[in-house]
Write a protein that binds this ligand. Structure first.
Ligand SMILES: Cc1cc2nc3c(=O)[nH]c(=O)nc-3n(C[C@H](O)[C@H](O)[C@H](O)COP(=O)(O)OP(=O)(O)OC[C@H]3O[C@@H](n4cnc5c(N)ncnc54)[C@H](O)[C@@H]3O)c2cc1C
Length: 394
């Protein structure tokens, strides 16, 4: 399904395409992490973030006052479509730009906005997110990391362990959730603060993921400090701040994933048919039903993503649609990649392109049903919205 955009949005698109044609290096087009070390990937993603910033194309959803493009829905759609179409790498700070920055804009002080937003957008400072812990993932209110105020030094001393901290080994700063007090309920007494990573109390230990590369980490915090002026929002009220941050992760970022799914589904089918010597022969080579289902899934995800964008632009609540689209995208994308690699047959196990690239994508897609809220958690949110009981631990 294609969505027609206004002439103004198409004009904007033409300007962006012109810039991309001139500036996006050829080797970064149709970018795949396969075959590169994660250090190399980080270098490319940081350099791309810097290039977008230097060209004046960073921060598409950020207000112009903060150095962003302040795009409306249609321009944002065109922007995302063009990035996906040329297969540009994801800017290194995209998590912070999309999740932390809106949170600082909403809850931060003037000083915090001035101090942290410009170097984040410019990729001069890299960020990681320190929310999850060994006993606090889906149940984030179970977090045990403490931050004790030391008024003499004007700092919080942070102690505890964080887990799955993506890109933590490259980060200059971490936005951390920690307990600054006791409340009568578990989600009370939590604060969100900005913590420098380069200090003695921060021990980053990389973990290997299913592709063999180390992209997330354990983070051991022993009297690590954060300035008390670097708490975002009210002290002890970090739960609502964190939920606002996470709502940015679950909703608006879906458009890029949806467009990528649609584009990869088309390309995957081409690659599959490219393995058929003389075109399909009945009973031997045929597009499996699972690939047809993937085609439908990709279009459904695309339609939902555009609906979310439109609602966001109207300032309307996305509500349970965010959970529905995350669920359908993550599970549909995994099903598509599994079906494709299986349809390649013996070739699917080959370590040459394009097969190895699809294997890599398949392995990476496994995380999609976990981060940003697991599938079970999304199903519970949807069930609740329908007045149905949740399943699993309460
Ligand atoms: C690739 C990747 C990158 C990540 N990056 C970061 C990061 O940078 N920073 C960060 O803070 N975190 C990060 N995370 C962590 C992520 O947020 C958590 O993995 C996620 O919240 C799930 O928590 P958990 O892993 O502790 O699993 P658990 O919450 O322990 O869940 C285990 C299983 O139990 C199920 N379950 C749990 N509760 C319920 C329930 N109430 N009802 C039904 N079923 C339930 C889950 O669905 C799951 O199947 C990342 C995760 C991944 C996979």
């Amino acid at each position: 399904m294609d969505f027609a955009l206004s002439p103004a949005a198409e004009k904007f698109r033409a300007r962006f395409v012109e810039w991309l044609d001139a500036e996006l290096p050829e080797e970064w087009r149709n970018y795949s992490m396969h075959g590169s070390t994660f250090d190399e990937v980080v270098e490319v993603r940081r350099a791309w973030g810097r290039l977008l910033h230097a060209g004046g194309w960073a921060g598409p959803s950020w207000p112009v006052a903060h150095g962003g493009l302040g795009l409306g829905t249609e321009e944002l759609t065109a922007y995302c479509e063009e990035l996906v179409r040329c297969g540009a790498p994801e800017p290194m700070n995209s998590n912070a730009i999309g999740i932390l920055a809106p949170t600082i804009m909403k809850y931060g002080t003037v000083e915090q906005k001035e101090r942290f937003l410009p170097p984040m957008l410019a990729h001069d400072e890299l960020w990681c997110q320190g929310f999850s812990e060994p006993a606090a993932g889906s149940d984030l209110a179970g977090l045990a990391t403490t931050a004790t105020h030391d008024p003499g030094d004007g700092v919080y001393r942070i102690n505890g362990q964080k887990l799955w901290t993506s890109r933590g080994q490259y980060a200059d700063w971490c936005y951390v959730l920690a307990r600054t007090g006791q409340g009568s309920k578990r989600h009370e007494g939590i604060s969100m603060m900005l913590m420098p990573m380069h200090q003695p109390g921060v021990d980053v230990r990389p973990l290997r993921n299913i592709t063999g590369s180390s992209e997330f980490n354990e983070l051991f915090l022993t009297d690590a400090t954060a300035q008390d002026c670097d708490v975002i929002g009210p002290v002890g009220d970090g739960w609502q701040v964190a939920n606002f941050a996470l709502s940015n992760e679950r909703g608006p970022r879906l458009i890029e994933r949806a467009l990528t799914f649609k584009q990869e589904q088309t390309k995957g089918l081409e690659d599959l048919m490219g393995t058929w010597d003389d075109g399909p022969s009945a009973g031997v080579d045929a597009v499996p039903d699972s690939m047809v289902a993937a085609h439908i899934d990709a279009r459904v995800v695309d339609a939902m993503a555009h609906r979310i964008l439109a609602l966001t632009a109207e300032g309307a609540s996305v509500g349970v649609l965010a959970s529905m689209s995350k669920l359908i995208w993550s599970e549909g994308y995994q099903r598509f990649l599994s079906a494709l690699v299986e349809a390649f047959g013996a070739d699917g196990a080959s370590d040459v392109a394009p097969f190895a690239v699809w294997q890599d994508r398949l392995l990476r897609s496994r995380a999609g049903t976990i981060y940003g809220g697991t599938s079970e958690v999304q199903r519970n949110i949807i069930a609740k919205s329908l007045g149905l009981p949740a399943s699993g631990p309460r």
